[in-house]
Write a new protein. Structure first.
Length: 256
């Protein structure tokens, strides 16, 4: 436990100054609300640390910044004091750190952009939030919270049709998600819920006409002897008799 605490403090010392000043040190309750790789990141030498590092590769070294950002965001959601915006600013800063330092194909990039969009929406920076949420969905269509937050922003702009369209697409990509189903109904969506994208694709594939068989190629008739009326084959005509001499075959009466 003491070793883990020392590692945690050392990692915190590497965070941006604003984060360290905001006293990010997570409580056990804070850590329980974070993804499991966060606890592993602060417990170097553990089996969990080695497993997550193997799964994430080199980008695992940056993941504690994402964990810090998530913790700031989680705290800000239940904080309605004037200091709430400071926590959101710190969250965005931590997300930006990972986005700028991790590889472009880091598999958490869509999720990070989604949470950055959520933080920006709470800061009322709606234009930036919409941009982040759309990019998050493009990278990972399974981010159901991205659809929810984006729909709320459209609804806030009095664009209810766009909000319903967004939730409908969210349900196609994430069928059975109760929060999206509830929001779909609130926005005036009619049952049944939109058909899942995977099922729709399978239906389209099944409806495609079967490939037409290749046209039969004409078969050349076999070369056979044409029978005569008596059934005997027609004899080949005999070659004409030779004329002339070997030196001049076209002259019948020429000397040899």
């Amino acid at each position: 436990m003491i070793r883990s605490a020392k590692i945690l403090l050392a990692l915190l010392a590497g965070l941006p100054t604003a984060v360290a000043q905001a006293n990010w040190l997570p409580s056990p309750a804070d850590m329980a609300a974070l993804p499991p790789y966060c606890a592993a990141r602060f417990n170097e030498g553990s089996d969990a640390f080695r497993t997550w590092r193997s799964n994430m590769g080199g980008d695992f070294i940056h993941v504690h910044h994402y964990c810090a950002g998530l913790n700031f965001l989680n705290r800000a959601r239940g904080n309605f004091t004037p200091g709430r915006n400071d926590g959101l600013v710190a969250a965005v800063r931590e997300f930006d750190y990972v986005l700028s330092h991790a590889s472009p194909d880091f598999y958490l990039r869509g999720e990070i952009l989604m949470n950055r969009g959520v933080a920006l929406s709470l800061m009322k920076r709606d234009g930036e939030a919409v941009s982040n949420l759309l990019e998050a969905i493009r990278l990972d269509a399974r981010q159901s919270r991205a659809y929810m937050t984006l729909a709320d922003l459209y609804d806030k702009q009095k664009n209810r049709a766009k909000a319903l369209e967004t939730v409908s697409e969210g349900l196609r990509q994430n069928p059975g998600t109760r929060s999206l189903q509830r929001r779909y109904t609130e926005l005036g969506g009619k049952l049944p819920y939109p058909e899942p994208a995977v099922a729709a694709a399978a239906t389209i594939e099944a409806a495609k006409p079967a490939a037409e068989p290749a046209a039969a190629q004409p078969v050349e008739p076999a070369q056979v002897d044409t029978p005569t009326a008596s059934g005997a084959p027609v004899a080949e005509p005999s070659a004409p008799p030779k004329i002339g001499s070997p030196q001049n075959p076209y002259c019948r009466f020429c000397p040899d």
